[in-house]
Design a protein around this ligand. Structure first.
Ligand code: 16G
Length: 254
């Protein structure tokens, strides 16, 4: 197939006599190409039209295979750009319980870690001062972390905490420790409730580089969280950017 970077995908014809449906055979062919590294993470796969011509099947059959692989989390699509190979499992995050990144990743059998991009004390602007009920210009710890699962970046989180409530926080090993763990163990602050807003967004060039290690813009989720202790006092304000290709938020409706 001229023009396709993956000719060996199509070398053997599909088995039309087989009881295995054609779309399943196409899917296996693609999965096999992932496993052998013929199709690599973030590589664009041939278009629906190219695949249907190469396999000699209808576009609907190809779509069936691609749809199944998209819901399985093996592929993702970018409108107007094509369908790409996902570079890891899809993370389905139920929006029910208040958990930390560390807890979420450990529960999935993934190793959580952080890379500190910036950690410093800043003066509270009007917004933050109002939120935390402190005087403007009071000190706030601002911590920017890349959150990784099995060494792979999933999110960038910028957290703000009034400095007076967490003396010495920036001297801690925040690359490997859970912030919620430190807050509860060392500062007696228990995270009890949170209000979260989520919106779809385009990453900035810098966010794209940190999250995807390239500059092809992909959708991200901007999540802000305001977290309070059992008495309702605000503990943290967090502004995060999560990878839209890896993170799916799920909600149970009754
Ligand atoms: C989650 C929270 C974040 C919190 C962090 C603590 C979101 C969407 N999620 O990622 O607010 O600061 O957990 O994680 O904001 P850690 O205890 O693993 O450091």
């Amino acid at each position: 197939m001229a023009g396709l970077a993956t000719p060996d995908l199509f070398e053997a014809p599909l088995d039309r006599e087989s009881p295995t449906p054609i779309f399943v055979q196409i899917r296996r062919r693609l999965e096999d190409a992932f496993d052998r590294g013929v199709l690599r993470p973030h590589q664009r796969i041939p278009s629906e039209r190219q695949l249907s011509e190469a396999f000699g099947v209808s576009r609907m059959t190809v779509r069936q295979a691609l749809d199944a692989m998209t819901s399985d989390g093996r592929l993702y699509s970018l409108p107007g750009k094509g369908t790409f190979v996902r570079d890891g499992p899809l993370i389905e995050q139920p929006l029910l319980h208040l958990t930390s990144f560390t807890q979420d990743m450990l529960a999935r059998g993934l190793r959580p870690s952080s890379r500190i991009v910036d950690g410093r004390t800043v003066s509270a602007n009007y917004e933050l001062a109002r939120m935390f009920r402190i005087a403007p210009q009071e000190n706030i710890v601002r911590l920017v972390r890349i959150r990784l699962a099995d060494e792979e970046p999933l999110a960038i989180e910028t957290v703000y905490i009034p400095a007076a409530t967490v003396p010495g926080l920036l001297d801690r090993d925040l690359n490997n420790e859970s912030l919620y763990g430190i807050l509860s163990r060392d500062y007696g602050q228990t995270v009890a409730s949170a209000h979260q807003t989520i919106e779809a967004a385009e990453p900035t060039t810098e966010e794209c580089r940190l999250l995807f290690n390239d500059d092809l813009p992909r959708p991200v989720l901007r999540i802000s969280r305001v977290t309070a202790d059992p008495s309702g006092r605000m503990i943290e304000y967090v502004s995060s950017v999560y990878r839209g290709d890896r993170y799916h938020l799920t909600v149970e409706l009754r």
